[in-house]
Design a protein around this ligand. Structure first.
Ligand SMILES: [Zn+2]
Length: 215
């Protein structure tokens, strides 16, 4: 589903002259943004299994400045109170992260760089998770990581920030992060900033089946 829909979105944007004179490499900085490998992974990975919000969100993240965070990991064995549930009423699992509710609302999305290297949704909080740049990454089933990694520094990129609030309630059924369109402006921005993203998009376009092109 995502593949078809995403491809049609790309077709629409690439049919327009988005790679104008200003889109070339002339004078461009070799911008080593930590999200570049993530964009590549989302595009070349199993697209059918990618949530549809992911590609626009990581492309948009190329605008955001990477920040240094202090991180820890936790799992079902060492979570506060030993529970299996999160502050947002969901179950502990890979792909979520605990953050300070004074700075991060539920449903915020961040990318945390190596050694975590994942796009994560803020669904939990924790007594020891205090500060805007402090995260506790959920690694259920891998308690060994909690002790092996301990407290570590990692680069993170804020991808989507929701309003901080005291009461989190329960996550609404069917909730997912916002779906943004792959606008021409967004693709142009990505191509200017990251030439490798342009080549990925062009390769994808060249390999698209005819029926998708027609879209
Ligand atoms: Zn653990």
């Amino acid at each position: 589903m995502f593949f078809a829909a995403g491809m049609i979105g790309l077709m629409t944007t690439l049919q327009q002259p988005v790679w104008g004179a200003e889109g070339g490499a002339k004078g461009s900085v070799d911008f080593d943004h930590p999200l570049v490998p993530v964009v590549r992974r989302v595009i070349t990975g199993e697209s059918g299994k990618q949530p549809s919000w992911k590609l626009p969100m990581v492309l948009n993240g190329l605008r955001k400045r990477p920040i240094t965070a202090i991180c820890t990991t936790y799992c079902e064995k060492c979570s506060d109170g030993g529970g299996r549930g999160t502050r947002w009423g969901t179950r502990l699992r890979r792909g979520i992260v605990a953050a300070d509710p004074r700075y991060w609302g539920p449903g915020s999305v961040i990318y945390i760089g190596p050694p975590v290297d994942e796009v994560l949704i803020v669904e939990d909080t924790g007594g020891a998770v205090k500060g805007a740049n402090r995260f506790d990454v959920c690694v259920t089933g891998h308690h060994a990581l909690c002790t092996r990694w301990g407290k570590f520094k990692a680069t993170y990129v804020p991808l989507h920030r929701t309003q901080p609030r005291r009461r989190w309630g329960r996550r609404p059924a069917g909730w997912h992060p916002p779906q943004w369109d792959l606008t021409t402006e967004l693709v142009r921005f990505a191509a200017q900033r990251v030439p490798s993203v342009r080549s990925i998009l062009m390769t994808l376009l060249a390999e698209a089946p005819g029926d998708l092109r027609a879209g």
